[in-house]
Design a protein around this ligand. Structure first.
Ligand SMILES: [Zn+2]
Ligand SMILES: [Zn+2]
Length: 343
């Protein structure tokens, strides 16, 4: 079968290879992939900023049909429509594994990073990571459960009250999902971006996010103040990973506001205004990836229409056209890009 493989670390080193079709072992299922999403981290991996266990087939966001259930698998059978959590291996023993925080296990191996992922015709997943797609969730939407679960994870780390003003910085797929999840919890959401993000800001309008702001054209602080009697925003979700955005986020928050860092910064040491954190008694939380408890609620958000994942897809390509897919993301033309396997 054809698979999109990161063959070695460093810049590039990505190619379509012929790989042997995998088989489901004990407690595993073999999934025929229908769609797999391209994540921002796949671009980082291409550029060599992200370390994966090369050679490895990429693709950690996918959905498909079970074609083979290994020994010990009873809850899933051939023909079932499924998606899988990215977790392929965890130690199962550390404090984090015991509390279900698999995203924090030091020994965790993920699909599409340390273990062959979904940019291929077939992928092997562990039964404990699988989820059935609910009736109203298509394969396309199912392939976006992982990024949605990441944002469900982030939003769940904050406390939202009906009518709270939440600012989401960065209108990429993660920002657009975060905005929708925050809205589903009763927040009024302002999403911000730059002139470069034109396509994505238009998408935010289409998704009926309450306020969509190009900060190069409109003063977001003025808007926040006008909506909050001058107090400032209740919550900020920083989803861009841009350093000036972190500063702005702290500035927009009210006293006792909540700041969640979701985007990944390009460099490890970022200037962060601790003085503001102290003076305003801001609560700062980080959010890394997702954990099992985020998956069923995310699927339900799509199933009941609270989150519109479908309209976020702007481009679809075959895995053999991965370079066009990556380019569409880099150029800011695309919001979410899905890949389909080839024979
Ligand atoms: Zn991802
Ligand atoms: Zn562990």
């Amino acid at each position: 079968m054809k698979a999109l493989v990161k063959t070695d670390l460093g810049f590039g080193n990505l190619e379509i290879q012929d790989k042997e079709e995998p088989q489901a072992g004990k407690d595993q299922v073999k999934i025929e992939v229908k769609y797999a999403g391209v994540c921002g981290s796949d671009i980082h991996t291409y550029e060599g900023h992200y370390k994966v266990a090369a050679p490895v087939t990429l693709g950690h966001e996918f959905a498909g049909v079970v074609v083979e259930a290994g020994e010990g698998v009873t809850a899933f059978k051939p023909g079932d429509r499924v998606t899988s959590e990215t977790t392929f291996y965890i130690c199962g023993e550390c404090a984090y594994c015991r509390s279900g925080d698999y995203n924090l296990c030091n020994h965790r191996k993920g699909l599409g990073t340390q273990q062959d992922g979904g940019f291929a015709k077939y992928v092997i997943a562990r039964k404990d990571s699988l989820h059935h797609l609910p009736e109203n969730v298509s394969f396309q939407e199912g392939a976006m459960t992982e990024p949605l679960a990441c944002t469900h994870h982030a939003v769940s780390k904050t406390e939202i009250h009906e009518g709270d003003i939440a600012v989401v910085i960065g209108p990429g797929p993660i920002g657009l999902f975060t905005a929708q999840v925050a809205k589903s919890r009763g927040a009024k959401v302002i999403i911000t971006g730059l002139t470069n993000d034109k396509v994505r800001l238009e998408k935010a309008e289409e998704l009926s996010i309450d306020h969509v702001v190009n900060i190069q054209e409109q003063d977001v602080k003025e808007l926040v103040n006008s909506l909050t009697d001058g107090y400032g925003a209740d919550l900020v979700f920083e989803c861009s990973g841009a350093i000036p955005a972190a500063k702005q986020g702290l500035d927009l928050l009210r006293k006792k506001g909540q700041y969640a860092q979701v985007g990944i910064f390009p460099e490890p040491e970022v200037q962060f205004d601790m003085e503001k954190v102290i003076q305003k008694e801001i609560r700062v939380v980080g959010s890394r990836s997702q954990k099992p408890a985020d998956w069923e609620p995310s699927l339900e958000l799509m199933n009941n229409g609270s989150v519109n994942a479908n309209d976020m897809v702007t481009h679809e390509y075959a895995i053999t056209q991965w370079d066009d897919a990556y380019k569409a993301i880099k150029d800011g033309e695309a919001t979410k890009v899905l890949l389909t396997p080839v024979e």
